[in-house]
Design a protein around this ligand. Structure first.
Ligand SMILES: N[C@@H](CCC(=O)N[C@@H](CS)C(=O)NCC(=O)O)C(=O)O
Length: 322
């Protein structure tokens, strides 16, 4: 494989907290990577062409393989570059459970605080897009309610912040000890978001000295070695490469999913997102890979986690969600 084929490309934009999670993860591994800056708001034609419809940030590309969702990205980075490991202690399974909680509960709470506090100060197009994405169909009402309930929401984030502070109180450099781990990035991005995007962030965080010391340690890791690339170059890269995805399936898939089936996949949150459609290339209990192709792109494989996503065989008309 040529070095270009194995080059890591991250489709991201500077202000994205979930992209910051992955940038720190790349820093933990000390990796070189290419950054494609994508628009902060749709339309995102080049990204959508690669993913087949997934519009969230970030997306990782390696050749003609496209990895959607930070959980999928972190798993793939660990597979491609096992050392230094993201899991320096024997707690990998528990750490994934915790990371799922930070993605769902903690990040959701932090978006409610940041967007609820910003309220009418948000530009109208941004409020409309993120409102629907994070607050659901009745987003105007829910976002107003978040603003009105800010003291309650802050009370809900205070406990997790104190748990992190407790974990770090013995002076350790990182959450699991002296070596940085995936979970540092998977928690840090929420702290980065609260500090950078909400006036109340810095005074709240100053109540947690061990957490602030850790935050500085994580910040000092940096983002690895980054260089820019254009979206057009990323498309050309995908077109020039063949996807790696191996055919994999398990006999006891609860939905009977198998390679060759045509399916759609979308987040299980009602966020108004467009499902990605394609043919299953590989499916396990943890991940699913769909193949899709277009004239100027050739065949690409798009990888998703299984947890948090609804997969449906095409032809059924009811979308199952949580
Ligand atoms: N579960 C996804 C969540 C990604 C997510 O919500 N990212 C935010 C940015 S931080 C987003 O996509 N916002 C809308 C956008 O960028 O268009 C992941 O872990 O990657």
């Amino acid at each position: 494989m040529s070095s270009a084929e194995s080059e890591i490309i991250l489709h991201n934009y500077p202000q994205s907290p979930v992209a910051e999670k992955v940038r720190v993860a790349l820093g933990i591994k000390g990796l070189s990577w290419r950054s494609v800056e994508i628009p902060r708001l749709p339309p995102k034609p080049l990204l959508i062409k690669l993913t087949g419809g997934y519009r969230r940030t970030p997306v990782m590309q390696v050749g003609a393989d496209i990895y959607c969702d930070s959980a999928c990205i972190i798993k793939e980075l660990e597979r491609r570059t096992p050392e230094p490991t993201f899991f320096p202690t024997n707690d990998k399974g528990l750490v994934w459970c915790l990371a799922r909680w930070t993605d769902m509960v903690l990040f959701d709470l932090s978006t409610r605080i940041v967007l609820g506090a910003a309220g009418d100060d948000l530009p109208a197009d941004f409020a409309k897009d993120r409102g629907r994405l994070y607050f659901g169909p009745d987003w105007r009402q829910s976002m107003k309610a978040a603003g009105a309930n800010l003291p309650h929401l802050v009370s809900q984030i205070q406990a997790p912040l104190s748990w992190f502070d407790e974990q770090l109180a013995d002076g350790r450099a990182f959450l699991l000890g002296e070596r940085p781990a995936a979970i540092d990035a998977q928690i840090y991005f929420v702290i980065w978001f609260l500090r950078g995007r909400w006036d109340g962030g810095p005074p709240l965080l100053s109540q947690f000295p061990a957490l602030e010391r850790w935050e500085a340690n994580v910040k000092a890791i940096g983002h690895g070695e980054r260089s820019e690339m254009t979206g057009e170059q990323a498309i050309a890269r995908a077109a020039a490469c063949t996807p790696l995805a191996a055919i994999a399936s398990s006999a006891d898939d609860p939905q009977g999913l198998r390679p060759g089936m045509q399916v759609s996949i979308v987040s299980d949150i009602d966020a108004g997102e467009r499902p990605v459609e394609g043919e299953i290339k590989a499916v396990t209990g943890q991940s699913i890979t769909l193949g899709h192709s277009s004239k100027d792109l050739g065949e690409v494989c798009v990888h998703f986690p299984r947890a948090g996503y609804v997969v449906q065989t095409l032809g059924r008309d009811t979308l199952l969600r949580r």
